[in-house]
Write a protein that binds this ligand. Structure first.
Ligand code: C5P
Length: 400
């Protein structure tokens, strides 16, 4: 899967840098072109001559080479099909997470438009430190992928999570990525996804909302884009960001979401309703801030339109609709009822009973139910993986 792939291999200063030699050799053996960039300190751990020989290219470490030649980080970043940093130290991860561009490796990382893979290696406490974990989260939020370290014996003599993934594992991860990304069954398809919460204003400073983060909807959108679809997210207010190829229509209230979804709907082949739309909104939005008066206050709420159901009633032949359900009792029956009521083809039932699943978590466990009442259940997995599994179920019902 790596034949002809152009790979930037970033090497930072960890004792595990010796494994970069094996990684470089394996990548070249798989048919990749490899350009190594080392930090200055990494050269204390492994000589550039070794990596230059294995990659058959000079190793870059500084901005300039011999005779004043410039190692152009922008060109390097644009050249690559993938950038993998292995081993990635706590220091290099931190610099990348904060765009602190004080060496060629980070400048190239910031210039790269290709997918980026980080393979951390460090002592167990450094890895577990909230600062390192926060940096990894930040890098993931940029769309970078983390190739998790293994558990085992560490250079310090301690044992725990922090061992660089084995070169074979890193190569397998990259091959798998390229295999998935070259599979594009959604080319020519338009996908609309509603995502996030809605905000229902009471007055100019207050609103009713919920805890939805939009992570599941955005993960489904990213996956659809990878599978070749033209993707629009109609999104309530969220922190999560979408890749540049995805169109995001920002809305706040349920009425605005309906309006935007209705506009995108005519062109849509597949609509996925992941948004946690507020069931009710204030009957009146006060023009001025509501004054504090008595001990209690009543606000009249009116029902919001059900976006999935409204568009479900206008569904055209060939369109595929997928909804979500979050139930606390009679989960299956309720989800099956919604599938029919909203004229959906699939409904994804969120499990509230599993620790680590649902709102705000990076992981989820779902049951996907079709119109024949067949149920596919995932494990507790990162939302990105759940998104792939949901797409597998959708692809299975797309007419040929
Ligand atoms: O009825 P309930 O809110 O449980 O249905 C959940 C499904 O319906 C989700 O797919 C959600 O995005 C969608 N929905 C909607 N508009 C609403 C309420 C729910 O599109 N007002």
């Amino acid at each position: 899967m790596l034949i002809g792939k152009k790979i930037l291999l970033g090497v930072s200063a960890s004792i595990a840098a010796y494994k970069a030699a094996m990684l470089c050799r394996l990548l070249v053996k798989e048919g990749a072109e490899v350009q190594v960039i080392m930090t200055a300190d990494a050269q204390e751990f492994i000589g550039p001559l070794t990596l230059a020989t294995l990659s058959k290219r000079p190793v870059y470490s500084n901005y300039t080479g011999e005779n004043g030649t410039w190692h152009n980080h922008v060109e390097l970043g644009l050249w690559a099909d993938a950038m993998v940093i292995a081993p990635a130290t706590a220091n290099t991860l931190a610099k990348a997470a904060h765009a602190q561009s004080d060496n060629l490796l980070i400048a190239t990382y910031l210039s790269a438009r290709c997918p980026v893979f980080w393979a951390p290696a460090m002592d167990l406490d450094m890895y577990a430190h909230p600062g390192t974990q926060a940096n990894l989260k930040t890098l993931s939020s940029f769309g970078n992928q983390i190739i998790e370290p293994n558990d085992g014996e560490l250079a310090s003599g301690l044992s725990g999570k922090g061992r660089l993934a084995e070169p074979e594992e890193i190569v397998a991860y990259l091959s798998n990525y390229f295999k998935k990304s070259s599979y594009q069954p959604l080319i020519g398809k338009k996908v609309m996804i509603t995502a996030g919460p809605t905000q229902e204003h009471l007055d100019p400073v207050r609103y009713i909302t919920n805890h939805s983060t939009g992570k599941m909807g955005y993960a489904i959108a990213e996956c659809a884009a990878q599978l070749g679809a033209e993707v629009t997210i109609v999104s309530g207010p969220v922190q999560v960001k979408a890749s540049s190829s995805i169109k995001v229509v920002k809305v706040a209230s349920a009425l605005e979401m309906l309006d935007a979804a209705q506009t995108a709907f005519a062109e849509t082949d597949i609509a996925i309703y992941t948004a946690a739309v507020a069931d009710y909104r204030s009957a009146d939005i006060a023009q001025e801030k509501i004054k504090k008066k008595g001990d209690t206050i009543s606000i009249e709420l009116v029902k919001n339109p059900d976006i999935a159901a409204i568009l479900g009633s206008q569904k055209k032949e060939g369109q595929i609709f997928v909804g979500f359900a979050l139930e606390t009792e009679n989960e299956l029956e309720n989800a099956q009822g919604k599938l029919l009521r909203k004229n959906l083809d699939l409904i994804v039932l969120n499990s509230l009973k599993t620790e680590g699943a649902g709102f705000g978590h990076d992981t989820n466990l779902v049951h996907v139910i079709n119109r024949n009442n067949q149920i596919f259940t995932t494990g507790l997995l990162p939302k990105t993986e759940i998104a792939h599994l949901i797409w597998e179920q959708i692809l299975a019902i797309i007419p040929a």
